[in-house]
Design a protein around this ligand. Structure first.
Ligand SMILES: *Cc1c(COP(=O)(O)O)cnc(C)c1O
Length: 382
């Protein structure tokens, strides 16, 4: 599958549309300031009443961050965006802005672990949650309750890369007055636009492909002006996980090369996944293009550089393979130029309920090139 981006997205990423800062600088200045003086008290009070738009204090709005938020809103085709100090900051602010005591949130897809831990924390505040085992429309709809307020999705997920019928789920939820959220970190806005599929709010960990250089932690949420203002007031100003201006600036720099990076991540991951699928020690490869999921063509332009595979053996063998790799680094997170490996489990899954295959290895395919990476994997698999 050849990857073609929307040409408009490439321009947004490169930033050539951006209102240029003083002297034609291709990146905005880093507004490294906590507060912004106003000419008179009336202007200050007015700014405080519109703090989501006006830079009065950098916990709310900062000029450098606003440039990034504008770019991300354009890429996701959303009305508004808010940046956060981390992906979890964005997820926590969004969930808590919409969930009250008595409400229920349904999770669909393989959800990022800390997001589920957050839901467990919210139980103490009267919020209930459950996970849909099914991945089809009817199976997920059957799990909704009268008190379900939020349907939270990951498609593709970040361990097994399963896809959900996002457009059908969004329509079904909207008919029932349920807010939909989708963590789009794996696909990035270049490969999937959940708002165009009918989702209400799109979440990102900018620490991954958007930053793209393993040098920042950040997050964002995109949606309607009304929803983003609610998250701003209830979730950002009060929980306080504001994205620092330098982080926003690094994200803008990351965006400039996102299309070229993703094209290579996509091509090299696909080639390695296809090669692994033929390897005698590999039982199964989890990559949406290899499982021939028809949803891939329907809702995505392609897949990024993240996929996983299962060995024909157990957890201990996965550890041996991970330890033998040289180019692939052993680390959490993903989306940077360097290739990384992570196991599906941190302890022997025999000691815990195995939600993932015991011998699962997840690869973040970086930019080193297929030949080097294939040689590394081939040697490690022995
Ligand atoms: C990393 C990650 C997050 C959390 O983002 P942070 O920036 O690390 O807080 C959320 N969702 C997914 C799918 C992730 O991989």
């Amino acid at each position: 599958m050849t990857l073609q981006f929307d040409p408009q997205d490439e321009l947004v990423c490169i930033g050539s549309h951006r209102p240029l800062a003083d002297g034609g600088s291709v990146l905005p200045p880093i507004a490294q300031a906590s507060l912004f003086r106003q000419p008179d008290m009336e202007t200050l009070f007015d700014g405080l009443s519109r703090e989501h738009q006006v830079a009065v204090y950098s916990r709310g709005t900062n000029p450098t961050l606003s440039v990034l938020e504008d770019a991300l809103a354009r890429l996701e085709r959303g009305e508004a965006c808010k940046g956060f100090a981390s992906g979890m900051g964005a997820i926590a602010a969004s969930l808590t802005a919409f969930l009250e005591s008595g409400d229920h949130v349904l999770f669909a897809g393989t959800i990022y672990g800390p997001t589920i831990e957050l839901a467990q924390r919210l139980e103490g505040y009267g919020v209930s949650w459950s996970r849909a085992e099914a991945t089809d429309l009817d199976g997920i709809a059957a799990q909704l309750r009268p008190e379900t307020r939020v349907l939270y999705m990951e498609s593709p997920g970040s361990m097994l890369f399963g896809l959900l019928p996002v457009a059908d789920l969004a329509t079904m939820a909207r008919d029932r007055g349920i807010i939909t959220m989708l963590d789009n970190s794996v696909a990035t806005p270049l490969l999937q636009k959940p708002l165009e599929l009918g989702v209400d709010l799109v979440l990102h960990s900018c620490s991954k492909y958007i930053g793209g250089h393993s040098d920042l932690v950040g997050g964002a949420v995109v949606g309607s002006v009304e929803h983003i203002e609610r998250i701003f007031r209830k979730g950002l100003l009060l929980l306080g996980a504001a994205m620092p201006p330098l982080t926003a600036w690094l994200c803008l720099r990351g965006l400039m090369t996102l299309p070229v990076r993703l094209a290579k991540h996509h091509a090299d991951a696909l080639s390695l996944a296809s090669w692994l699928a033929e390897h005698p020690r590999v039982r199964r490869v989890f990559h949406p293009a290899l499982t021939n999921d028809p949803l891939l063509a329907r809702q995505m332009r392609g897949h990024s550089g993240l996929f996983s595979f299962e060995l024909d053996d157990g957890f201990a063998d996965a550890i041996v393979v991970a330890d033998r790799l040289r180019t692939f680094g052993r680390a959490v997170s993903w989306g940077g130029p360097e290739s990384l490996v992570m196991t599906g489990h941190k302890v022997d899954p025999a000691e815990a309920a195995p939600a993932l295959p015991a011998s699962l290895l997840r690869l973040s395919v970086g930019l080193e090139g297929v030949a080097t990476l294939q040689e590394d994997l081939g040697r490690a698999l022995g």
